[in-house]
Design a protein around this ligand. Sequence first.
Ligand code: F0G
Length: 464
Amino acid sequence: MKRIIEPFRIKVVEPIRMTTLEERREYIREADYNPFRLKAEDVLIDLLTDSGTSAMSSTQWAGIMQGDESYAGARSYYRFKESVSDLFGHKHIIPTHQGRAAERLIAMAVLQPDHVVPGNTHFDTTRANIEGTGATALDLPLPEASDPENLHPFKGNIDLARLEKLIDDVGRERVPFVLITVTNNSGGGQPVSMANIRGAREICDRHDIPLLLDAARFAENAWFIKKREKGYEHRWAEVIAREMFELSDGAMMSMKKDAFGNMGGLISINSDEWADKIRNLLILTEGFPTYGGLAGRDLEALAIGLREILEEDYLAYRIASTAYVGEHLAELGVPLLKPIGGHAVYLDGRRFCDHLTDELLPSWSLSCALYEHAGIRSCEIGNVMFGTQDPETGDWHWPQLDLVRLAIPRRVYTKSQMDYVVEGIHEVFQQRTSVPGMRFTHRPDVLPHFTSRFEPVEQAVHTK
Ligand code: F0G
């Protein structure tokens, strides 16, 4: 049979509290029109993130009971290390409490203010951690990545010509490493091809620069390679993942995504010198190097999750179920980023709310409207997250894409819940001109999306 079904049964359920339109109107107002400030129990379908929101398997829960909570040298660490080493293959395996802790440790151990770190598209915390040291985080995506309709199969690739040119322009000594994020989250959950990773490897080899992977969604990337890259169609996802890691000198990973963890991260690295520095820094903020801010039970769950994520029935279901949402929305005329990414569907806020100018924050406004109308929580990845204001002129610079991300937690929602999401978004689309724009009432300088406050702007003010 052709139909792809959820390759699991549901053993434990968590009730969802139903809310009315009037209640949600009040909740989002109380949250100052920032969905991050909503109480999760007031959300019907939570697509804010796929991070830390996975349903763990019965095997993972059984592993939790095996957790060894010894401070140093716990059995759980060795299980974790074995599971990671088997896949990543690097020399040093260092657990951290989540992905951004890994980013911070690498940034602090390696970076200096005159450094430039090129990547396909850095995730926001990665960028913040790099820039926190005074270094520059530079995105080098393909030109195709900025066109939401372009169907390039590996739209997450790094632009190799620009990478080469950058290294020539700034000099090898200012580029401490190259970082490729698989899949490219900020670029729409788009995959990176093996050929592209290999191309980056060759450039790095020529200049003697380490190549690192941000492996948060490595398994989804491996599946896309299997499905889209010539020569890989008959290889196991696990074999493909190993090949990706073999091409790298190290990786950092948020294990809250493709390790089915509710918490966790890691650094996997070949360099003895970097590993030494990282371990010393780790002790200051995360804990002893055999637990890195995690409980022994977390390490057990992650060790198991890292194996489960590469089961091909799961990956087939995962990618097909994300595509299901995207394709149904596209059929209804809803503008979105194509092709559909691995972990999320990205609505194109500027085209969806084409009555709103950039100043009126189209995607942010849309994400508030989706909550109000249908109780769906999403995440803006656009003008609020990446917009910058010139301190002298006050002029805004807006990112190339202003998107609403519907990130789908792993093994959590059913198909009928996804049908509800499609219906809810379609209804908002049909009445889109009544979606009010938003303006800031408070905006912090760093990672503004988490804590900014907003108010709706009267329709009459809309000028577009
Ligand atoms: N790298 C990527 C590609 C990510 O997507 C994330 C987190 C991180 C690093 C940081 O990891 O959250 O464990 O500290 N992404 C989440 C998201 C938050 O919603 O996309 P973390």
